[in-house]
Design a protein around this ligand. Structure first.
Ligand SMILES: C[S@@+](CC[C@H](N)C(=O)[O-])C[C@H]1O[C@@H](n2cnc3c(N)ncnc32)[C@H](O)[C@@H]1O
Ligand code: SF4
Length: 383
């Protein structure tokens, strides 16, 4: 039997520093108090070299600088990682190289330097076009700088995207309709629309617990989600994933790697990776703390905190959780490991009958009814 063909390979680079920490954010982030550019370049390149030695060599179809705030990273650090990625793996002719940026850092000269280093896609954390809302979200930019940043991104990069957060406590349906309509006036080719989530351990979680404000109720969140679907579709953006909308051909290659459960290397503090090594699927996770990450790379050449082989069951849960987020769904054929547990076929049939899932042409998909309750669906399906 011939080995399964290798899937596209991505590289995720986590830059964990931010000018300040937003009250809703639970990513692996730290206040930027000035970084040693040489030390970070050397460490990130060493970590990448480690993974290049461990996995079968193949070209990268995507590099994604996420954070934290990678637009705060010194340009030479980003340039050196892209150059090392090219030297160690090779880059697809169509490689997508994304950098997340905060609108406040998006000055033309700096962004031009990132583009020169090889970045060809900018993802801007706009969050809102309302100054009061931006204050509430603890952002250090205002609506005017967000508008300027979008125009600049569209001018300087082949591809760009921006994020908005909806379902804020004081946001009415009309407010959201008006805000999203303004967003669509920029004719974006890609938009990420996130429902405000109160994450444990954040400043927002503390404020809500203390009764200082109440999150939007579920019904309003659901209406906001419907508004997002209706307006983006009318503007020609396909809801190819639960929170992501793109014009045809502008879907994020990098995020598709996650959702299609393909392979990606993860470097930088706290970064996760999923790789196929000697036919086994492994999950990698780098040390969270920047100082510990730098120190371990210095001492033993890699930043991994854990490297774990994933069994069939763990892979199935991950594959379904990721794939059902996509409108194309997840491949599911009769010989799939899924059917080894006989009860699952019955549960699947019930969820299809109840209108939450659809299964045709070899793909299992969440319907419009199923998408908003994905986590519950996966829980019920797996048993
Ligand atoms: C981790 S941030 C990195 C991007 C960049 N630092 C920024 O803030 O613009 C990626 C995106 O996740 C979204 N996000 C983070 N925490 C969220 C939350 N609790 N609820 C909704 N969206 C959230 C924001 O839209 C943000 O732009
Ligand atoms: S939302 Fe972005 S800028 Fe704010 S703390 Fe999180 S990563 Fe940093």
């Amino acid at each position: 039997m011939s080995a399964a063909p290798l899937t596209p390979l991505g590289l995720y680079v986590h830059w964990p520093f931010c000018a300040r920490i937003c009250p809703y954010c639970d990513f692996n982030v730290y206040r930027d108090r000035g970084v040693d550019a040489d030390a970070w370049s050397a460490a990130l390149v060493a970590d990448l070299e480690y993974w290049a030695r461990r996995i079968e060599r193949r070209r990268l179809s995507s590099i994604y600088f996420g954070g934290g705030t990678p637009s705060l990273a010194p340009v030479p650090v980003i340039a050196e990682i892209i150059a090392a990625a090219e030297r160690l793996f090779g880059l697809d002719a169509e490689v997508e190289v994304t950098l997340e940026a905060n609108p406040g850092d998006a000055d033309k000269k700096r962004m031009g330097a990132f583009a020169e280093a090889g970045v060809n896609r900018l993802s801007l954390g706009v969050q809102s076009f309302d100054d009061e809302a931006l204050k509430f979200l603890g952002r250090d930019h205002n609506a005017a700088s967000a508008r300027r940043a979008i125009a600049m991104a569209q001018e300087c990069f082949e591809n760009s995207s921006f994020d908005l957060i909806y379902g804020r406590p004081d946001q009415s349906e009309d407010d959201w309709h008006a805000e999203l309509s303004e967003a669509l006036c920029f004719q974006p080719t890609h938009l990420s629309l996130y429902q405000l989530t109160i994450e444990r351990g954040t400043a927002f979680a503390t404020q809500v617990k203390a009764g200082r404000w109440t999150p939007a109720e579920e019904e309003r969140q659901a209406r906001h989600y419907e508004i997002a679907q209706d307006l983006t579709k009318a503007a020609g953006l396909d809801p190819y994933e639960v929170s992501n909308h793109a014009a045809p051909g502008h879907e994020s290659r990098h995020n598709l790697i996650y959702w299609r459960y393909h392979d990606y290397v993860g470097i930088g503090p706290g970064a996760h990776g999923r790789l196929t090594v000697n036919g086994e699927r492994i999950a990698t996770k780098a040390l969270d703390r920047p100082d510990a990450y730098l120190q371990q790379i210095d001492q033993r050449g890699d930043g991994a905190e854990t490297i774990e082989i994933l069994g069939d069951e763990a892979q199935l849960i991950e594959r379904l959780s990721m794939g059902l987020r996509l409108s194309e769904g997840v491949p599911l054929y009769a010989d799939d490991y899924f059917y080894r547990d006989e009860g699952r076929a019955g549960r699947l049939a019930r969820l299809i009958e109840d209108g939450y899932l659809a299964h045709d042409c070899g793909a299992l998909r969440a319907t419009d009814t199923g998408r908003p309750v994905l986590n519950r669906l996966i829980y019920e399906l797996i048993g």
